[in-house]
Each structure stands twice: as C-alpha cells, then as structure tokens.
Design a protein around this ligand. Structure first.
Ligand SMILES: [Zn+2]
Length: 95
C-alpha cells in the first residue's frame, strides 16, 4: 500500500518505509515518520512561492520544517508553521 509517492506500508503490515530505498521510517500505528531526519529553516528557503516576509502577517516567527528519508534524503513532509508549535505534526495510519 502506498500512502503517497514517497511512503509505503512494508510487507509486515505495520512499518512504513521509503518507496525509493525501502528504509524503515516508522510504525504506521504510532508515528509513521519516527525515524525521518528533520530540519528547520527560514520559511523563505522554500523558494519563490514564499515571497512576502511572514512578519507582515503573523506575530509569531514562521519557519519551514521538513522531514527526509534517513537513507536517500527524499523529502517526506514539508510544513510552513509558527516556530513555537511542536515539531512536524505526526500522523498515523491506523487508530
Ligand atoms: Zn529513502
């Protein structure tokens, strides 16, 4: 089962793995991206789609957070969020 272009369910039925290199990323029941590498940068690092200074629209510092496959470094998740919010929102497949 593919969750998106980069993340799929492993044959064990519970592990999430990278679709490109098969590295284990986490547990679909608890934290599907538990083993992903994270980074946090200025939101302007996302590229030309983020043109305006976030300070014009928000009182809180806005940052770009991304998660990467720890083996092949494929980008698995991207968020532009207030810095004082917790790390990237987690997700799980099964309740
Ligand atoms: Zn990978």
């Amino acid at each position: 089962m593919n969750f998106d272009d980069n993340i799929m369910l492993a044959d064990d039925g519970v592990s999430t793995i990278c679709s490109h290199c098969s590295e284990r990323l986490g547990d679909a029941r608890t934290n599907a991206l538990e083993h992903a590498l994270g980074s946090e940068q200025e939101s302007s690092e996302l590229g030309p789609g983020i043109r305006a200074d976030p300070k014009l629209f928000a009182d809180r510092k806005i940052v770009l957070r991304q998660l990467f496959c720890p083996k092949c470094l494929t980008v698995l998740a991207t968020e532009v969020v207030p810095q004082d919010e917790g790390r990237l929102r987690g997700w799980k497949v099964f309740s």
